[in-house]
Design a protein around this ligand. Structure first.
Ligand SMILES: NC(=O)c1ccc[n+]([C@@H]2O[C@H](COP(=O)([O-])OP(=O)(O)OC[C@H]3O[C@@H](n4cnc5c(N)ncnc54)[C@H](O)[C@@H]3O)[C@@H](O)[C@H]2O)c1
Length: 404
């Protein structure tokens, strides 16, 4: 259905309280645009209305306070606000199912449920990471005979640092019509230093390739780590030797858990798109997802695990944030418990009644695994009686670490 309405807002963001929607809305509101965040989550909505960020997003707190006070930001649980904006940004999640296939139908069903609120003088901007051809499918369900303006402008920020990166990174802008591209580019030029215009297909692949590329980069360093460990050589020293004065190896990441809600999901979306023939993507998944098993297997060579207390430091999916979605720390804990170990969890940012403080964890453990490189663990002093698994090399090794 198409109907016009008064434009109270410049932008309404659907899924506006999520990790992508909220910082984007804050950034536009900070530039003086009238932004409405539409979401279903009442608890988070109440929190944000009270100027409390629901998750760690560096530099967001003062902006949230400012834009609530000056009236540039509103939060709503009422979908009719979708009609009241010129731009409608879709920042909903795009999950994969338990067989690693994208759940595009669920995403499209949600979009379809909003059809009655869309009208032809709006520009719809898909911000979620989508399976290729999703924008064409949105057009199909809205009605191909009408002149809908649909743009695809993928998010490429690193979680937790959106406020900084949104004004630093170039923005990919694509659309199903020239009008959609021009109108979306006009919006993003307010934030981004550079607009890169592409076709929708190019934009979809740019986003999926970027995440798959990062996921594969992590897998190669993880595989090197495992080879070095099996060979009895310190991978940290090998990596340093590879990189020192040798620019071609300068981007080799440190080994460690590569997980979270995006990298694996997007690698698997790409794999599904190319008929499960993305061999490198699958190999990367086996390596990255296999790292917890490798750690436990090596520990079991040195310790009788059913008599060992193991502490896991860091439960989030990456350092210095509070997001535990798809974190491999939980998988590690599960494998250890399956082997009979007593397992303790601790985190500096994520809250959970089952977690203990890092001090208590260290006091009670025979083995400590640094699963996340939170800054707070740098230089942590751990008694020599404790065996440490420190993939990131952030604990003072000369004093306390024994390699597995
Ligand atoms: N998190 C990241 O750093 C990141 C980076 C780049 C791209 N992405 C992509 O962006 C998309 C969103 O990811 P996210 O991490 O922000 O997810 P999220 O789960 O943090 O946010 C989704 C939001 O949508 C809301 N929501 C769900 N159903 C809704 C509905 N029917 N109506 C209104 N609101 C609804 C949820 O309450 C939540 O607030 C995904 O496609 C993801 O792959 C995420």
């Amino acid at each position: 259905m198409s109907r016009k309405a008064n434009k109270v807002f410049n932008i309404t963001i659907i899924g506006g309280l999520g990790h992508v929607g909220l910082p984007l809305g804050l950034s536009f509101a900070n530039k003086g645009l009238k932004v409405c965040l539409y979401d279903l989550n009442k608890e988070v909505a109440d929190q944000v209305k009270n100027a409390v960020m629901p998750f760690i997003e560096y530099d967001a707190d003062p902006i949230l306070k400012k834009v609530l006070k000056n009236g540039c930001l509103q939060i709503s649980l009422d979908p009719t606000v979708i009609s009241s904006a010129h731009y409608v940004v879709i920042a909903l999640g795009t999950p994969i199912d338990k067989y690693l296939n994208p759940e595009t139908r669920l995403f499209l069903n949600v979009i379809e449920s909003f059809k009655k609120y869309f009208h032809l003088d709006q520009t719809l901007i898909v911000r979620s990471t989508v399976y290729p051809h999703t924008c064409q499918q949105i057009l199909k369900l809205l009605g191909e005979n009408k002149e809908w303006r649909i743009a695809y402008c993928p998010e490429r920020i690193v979680q937790g640092y959106s406020i900084r990166e949104l004004v630093e990174l170039p923005q990919i802008v694509s659309g199903l019509s020239q009008e959609a591209v021009e109108d979306a580019a006009k919006l993003f030029s307010i934030l981004s230093p550079k607009i890169i215009k592409t076709s929708v297909g190019e934009a979809e692949l740019t986003k999926l390739f970027s995440n798959a590329w990062r996921y594969i980069q992590f897998s190669i360093t993880n595989q090197f780590y495992m080879i070095a460990q099996n060979f009895g050589v310190d991978y940290d020293r090998v990596r340093q030797a590879m990189m020192e004065g040798y620019g071609r190896a300068a981007t080799l990441p440190t080994p460690g858990f590569a997980a979270g809600p995006c990298l694996l999901k997007d690698t698997m979306q790409l794999s599904a798109f190319c008929g499960n023939e993305f061999i490198l993507g699958h190999a990367a998944m086996m390596i990255n997802e296999g790292l917890p098993n490798f750690i436990v297997k090596n520990l079991s060579k040195k310790h009788q695990l059913n008599k060992t207390r193991v502490g896991i430091l860091g439960m989030t999916f990456k350092a210095d944030i509070d997001d535990v979605r798809d974190s491999l720390s939980f998988k590690l804990g599960k494998i250890l418990r399956f082997q009979g170990a007593t397992v303790y969890y601790s985190d500096e940012y994520a809250k959970n009644s089952d977690f203990v403080s890092k001090e208590e964890l260290i006091r009670n453990s025979d083995v400590v695994i640094v699963a996340v490189a939170h800054s707070a663990y740098r230089g942590l002093v751990i008694p020599e009686r404790i065996d440490i698994v420190d993939l990131w090399g952030i604990i003072n090794k000369t004093k306390v670490t024994t390699k597995i």
